[in-house]
Write a protein that binds this ligand. Structure first.
Ligand code: NAD
Length: 397
């Protein structure tokens, strides 16, 4: 890239990281203190944007990495936003609804000075949802003395959320895999699919591909996976997991229980990791047997594994492109909140497809022209735009 070494130095660090303690009186009257984080990696192209994760292994380094990915993702899609992320180290399944609400509201208050429509706009991520976004929006608004819908995205539609936000990441993955199949001259509906993670991202892409006629051989959640060589009934499984049931408890005599480790190395055409980071690693990369990996999760493939997959001739469609549909529709939600004018689903999906396909075409062309991986191509485009923005703005003072 010929990147200015000063820019590299700058981009290696996050602009701001805030660590907060969140004290909560639990339902049994005892006090528990949780640790939370909000990190802004770069705001050179606009306010920070990125999800909020509630999980037991959340830590500052993970949040920093996720914030950095958001910088590249927003840049790749040409959204006028920067990269941010947040999280709380907690297992939300161990909390009651009342405790979860208190945790969310106190966390919001602790980070209130560094979020806002012009500063940094959180959104849902692992184990956070529209209800949690509603509590954040309400807490922020109560503190400011006015309703501020644009402070978070992924809100319920009734309070300024956008149609199509829930399905956006899955929809984006779908547009990208459709475009990739076209480039490779293969029929999407005849591909066999395996998906790790059956939450927002995994569930939606499973549903879209199932409706398209693809055979989904295996899916998994944190409890383990289900496999059936004739294809799983995804609509039934979505119904089952809707109320929090685990996949491992689903009863169908044809379905075989498999582990997440087995799932990743089961033969298929398209493998979609849609759970967590660091799943495809140097220890299992050689065992992966698919044509295409479509990264639904952020950072599911480690750099060592990436090289092994490249040598094996497996196409990896990188996270910063593949799963960017979520932040794209989050951006639409933010625009709609600020304008107080809301779009219909047809417009959302049309604009989403336009932006995703434009980014895909740029990445695919550079990958072909320079004979580099899709990931390297995506990074070159994303980082170049950030570097240009630094160049134009200069380093203050
Ligand atoms: P989610 O909480 O809705 O679902 C996560 C799924 O992964 C669940 O099925 C869970 O059981 C499973 N899971 C958790 N730990 C696991 C483990 N150790 N092994 C196997 N499965 C496990 O979360 P989500 O919003 O679907 O996010 C999934 C991934 O996609 C994350 O990496 C997230 O950062 C990324 N992502 C999400 C969005 C979005 O809009 N929600 C957008 C872009 C990227």
């Amino acid at each position: 890239m010929g990147l200015d070494p000063n820019v590299t130095k700058y981009l290696k660090r996050v602009e701001r990281a805030l660590i907060v303690s969140i004290p909560i009186i639990l339902d049994d009257g005892s006090l528990q203190i949780f640790e939370g984080y909000r990190v802004q990696h770069s705001t050179v192209r606009g306010p920070g944007k990125g999800g909020l994760r509630f999980a037991p292994n959340v830590n500052l380094d993970e949040v920093k990495a996720l914030a950095t990915w958001m910088t590249w993702k927003c840049s790749l899609l040409k959204l006028p936003l920067g990269g941010a992320k947040g999280g709380i180290c907690v297992n939300p399944r161990e909390l009651s609804k009342n405790e979860l609400e208190k945790l969310t509201r106190r966390f919001t208050t602790e980070i209130i000075n560094i979020i806002g429509p012009d500063i940094d706009i959180p959104a849902p991520d692992v184990n956070t949802n529209a209800q949690i976004m509603a509590w954040i929006m309400d807490t922020y608004s109560m503190n400011k003395g006015r309703t501020v819908p644009g402070v978070v995205t992924g809100k319920p539609i009734e309070i300024g959320g956008s149609v199509g936000r829930n399905s956006a990441t899955g929809m984006g993955l779908y547009y990208i895999i459709e475009a990739m199949c076209e480039k490779l001259n293969i029929k999407l509906e005849s591909q066999s699919i395996i998906i790790q993670g059956f939450g927002n991202v995994g569930g939606w892409i499973a549903s879209l591909l199932y409706e398209r006629g693809c055979k989904i051989f295996a899916v998994s959640d944190i409890s383990g996976g289900l496999y059936y060589s004739e294809g799983l009934k995804i609509d039934k499984l979505l119904e089952w997991t809707k109320d929090g049931n685990y996949l491992k408890d689903y009863k169908d005599e044809n379905y075989k229980l498999i582990t997440n480790t087995e799932l990743l190395t089961t033969e298929c055409d398209i493998l979609i990791p849609a759970a967590l980071e660091n799943q495809i690693i140097k220890e299992n990369a050689n065992e992966i047997k698919c044509k295409i990996i479509l990264e639904g999760a952020n950072g599911p493939t480690t750099p060592e594994a990436d090289q092994i997959l490249f040598d094996k001739g497996i196409y990896v469609i990188p996270d910063i492109l593949a799963n960017a549909g979520g932040v794209c529709v989050s951006y639409f939600e933010y625009v709609q909140d600020i304008h107080a004018y809301f779009w219909d689903l047809e417009r959302i999906n049309k604009e989403l497809k336009r932006i995703m396909i434009e980014a895909f075409e740029d990445v695919y062309k550079l990958h072909k022209d320079r004979k580099i991986t899709l990931r390297t191509a995506a990074y070159i485009i994303a980082v170049s735009r950030i570097a240009k923005a630094y160049d134009l703005r200069g380093i203050f003072p």
